[in-house]
Ligand binder design. Sequence first.
Ligand code: CDP
Ligand code: CDP
Length: 226
Amino acid sequence: AEQALQVAIDGPASAGKSTVAKLVAKKFSYIYVDTGAMYRAVTYWAMTHQVTLTDETAVTQLMQTLTISFKPGEPEQLVFANGEDITAAIRQPDVTNNVSTIAALAKVRSILTEQQREMAAAGGIVMDGRDIGTTVLPDAEVKIFLVASAAERAKRRYTENVKKGINTPLAQLQAEIELRDHKDSTRKVSPLTQAADAVLVDTTPMSIEEVVETIANIIKKQSSAI
Ligand code: CDP
Ligand code: CDP
């Protein structure tokens, strides 16, 4: 019988995690969960409720008034805060540049980690983020660490931004990506790091389709092995 696996995809900013995770999920009829969107939702919620982003107590208290939910959508999955569509709002540059601050708060991480484990409990899930293979789902049957050079990732984000009418210069985007990677990799709680049993996939020279195929093959191999 077909196994309903847990697939964890981690990696630095703009490596293609959400794009690829969503397509892989579709291919296997799995649920896709974008954990970065959850950290972005909390950041957006704190910013719009005038809560100091470094105030762990205030942020976690505010989180009790926030229910994050997802709905399938094209080209992007839709994200809701208490039923309000925040899909576009959480991708705005001010949220992007503040999310690492929120993501460094231990209590915020434990609340979101708990929610993510509940979503993944039944398997049949592709979850992407920074700490899925290391912390959220340490027993995931498939773990992918998706990387690409910073220059390539900045180029991808630039192209994506242009389509949305955002005009941040390429060099600034690369600097922002490198700063966020540094913050994510050096924080004390669940830093971005490759799990010992994760497969490294360097997507720098690869098309989206090639990355999807590579991951799909790893999943098929793994599901026939168990
Ligand atoms: O899409 P992009 O790579 O720009 O980022 P994202 O996946 O939306 O994640 C936004 C931010 O949330 C990251 O830079 C991390 O600070 C944080 N994050 C995290 O700490 N842990 C996760 N599992 C997912 C995201
Ligand atoms: O989730 P993460 O921040 O890792 O990346 P993303 O939001 O999926 O953004 C990656 C961007 O690079 C998207 O605009 C993709 O179309 C593009 N891209 C990719 O994901 N993979 C490739 N191999 C080539 C381009």
